[in-house]
Design a binder for this molecule. Structure first.
Ligand code: PEP
Length: 250
C-alpha cells in the first residue's frame, strides 16, 4: 500500500563529472524500477546538471538542505523555489548533520518543511536520537519532540506529502546499523505519533524510511519490517553497484 522510497544522500561528495558518471550507471540499471520511488541527493552545484541528465528517467532529484525564505538578503542560502527551478522534487530537511554541526533546531526545521511544501516539493524529514539519548531512555521523548515540533501546523493533506526518515544518529556513518527489531520498534512508535497528531489513516499512508549504515547486506532484513517503507542511504549511495542492490531489495 505504501510505495517504497530508496533515497541516496551523497553528502559533501562528488564533482559534477563524478555525479554525472554515477547517474549514468543508476539510469542504466534502474530504468525499470518504477515500483519504488528512487531519489538521489547530490551537492547543490551538481543539481542542475544532474536534473538535465535525469530527464525522462523515473529517478527523482533531492537537495540536501534549503532555507525557508524564497528570496531576499540571505547570503549563502538556497530556497525551495530555486531548488525547484534547478529540477528538484524533494528536499532533505533536518538531517542529523545539519542539527549537530549547524545548530538546526526543531523550530527551524518546521519552517523549512512548510517552505518546501509550499513550493510543491516533498520534504524528507529526518529525525533520530543520539546514542546518549538512547542509553538514557530518552529516545521516545526525543522522537516525540522532533515529530511534534517539526510537523507543527501541517494539515493532513500536507502531511501526506512528507516522507519521514528515522535515522538513529549512532548508526549514521558508523557502520553500526540498528537491529531490525530496534528499527521496527522506532518506526512503529513514530507511526503512532503521527496517528495521534493527524489520524490513523494519515499515519498508515506516510512513508517512514530507515537511515543509518544501510548496506546491500542488511537492506533486505530492514525492508521486511512492517513499518519500514524505504531507506535513506549515505555512504553506500556513492557506489553504483551498492545503491542498485539496495534499490533492488528482496
Ligand atoms: C545519511 O547520511 O543519512 C546516512 C544514513 O548515512 P550512512 O548510510 O553513511 O550511515
Amino acid at each position: 500500500m505504501r510505495k517504497p522510497v530508496i533515497a541516496g544522500n551523497w553528502k559533501l561528495h562528488k564533482t559534477i563529472p563524478e555525479a554525472l558518471e554515477l547517474i549514468e550507471a543508476l539510469k542504466k540499471d534502474l530504468a525499470d524500477k518504477t515500483d519504488i520511488d528512487i531519489v538521489v541527493a547530490p551537492v547543490f552545484t551538481a543539481l542542475a546538471p544532474t536534473a538535465q541528465s535525469l530527464k525522462g528517467s523515473p529517478i527523482a532529484l533531492a537537495a540536501q538542505n534549503c532555507y525557508f525564505e524564497n528570496s531576499g538578503a540571505f547570503t549563502g542560502e538556497v530556497s525551495p523555489a530555486l531548488l525547484k527551478d534547478a529540477g528538484c522534487s524533494h528536499v532533505i530537511v533536518g538531517h542529523s548533520e545539519r542539527r549537530q554541526l549547524f545548530g538546526e533546531t526543531d523550530e527551524l526545521i518546521n519552517h523549512k518543511i512548510k517552505a518546501v511544501l509550499a513550493e510543491g516539493l516533498t520534504p524528507i524529514f529526518c529525525i533520530g536520537e543520539t546514542l546518549e539519548e538512547r542509553e538514557s531512555d530518552a529516545m521516545m521523548d526525543v522522537l516525540k519532540r522532533q515529530v511534534t515540533v517539526g510537523l507543527n501546523g501541517l494539515n493532513e493533506a500536507q502531511m501526506l506529502n512528507v516522507v519521514v526518515a528515522y535515522e538513529p544518529v549512532w548508526a549514521i556513518g558508523t557502520g553500526k546499523v540498528a537491529s531490525t527489531d530496534q528499527a521496527q520498534e522506532a518506526h512503529a512508535f513514530i507511526r503512532g505519533l503521527l496517528a495521534g497528531l493527524f489520524s490513523t489513516s494519515i499515519a498508515e499512508q506516510v512513508r517512514i524510511l530507515y537511515g543509518g549504515s544501510v548496506k546491500p547486506d542488511n537492506v533486505d532484513g530492514l525492508m521486511a519490517q512492517t513499518d519500514i517503507d524505504g531507506t535513506l542511504v549515505g555512504g553506500a549511495s556513492l557506489k553504483a553497484a551498492d545503491f542498485i542492490r539496495i534499490a533492488r531489495f528482496e
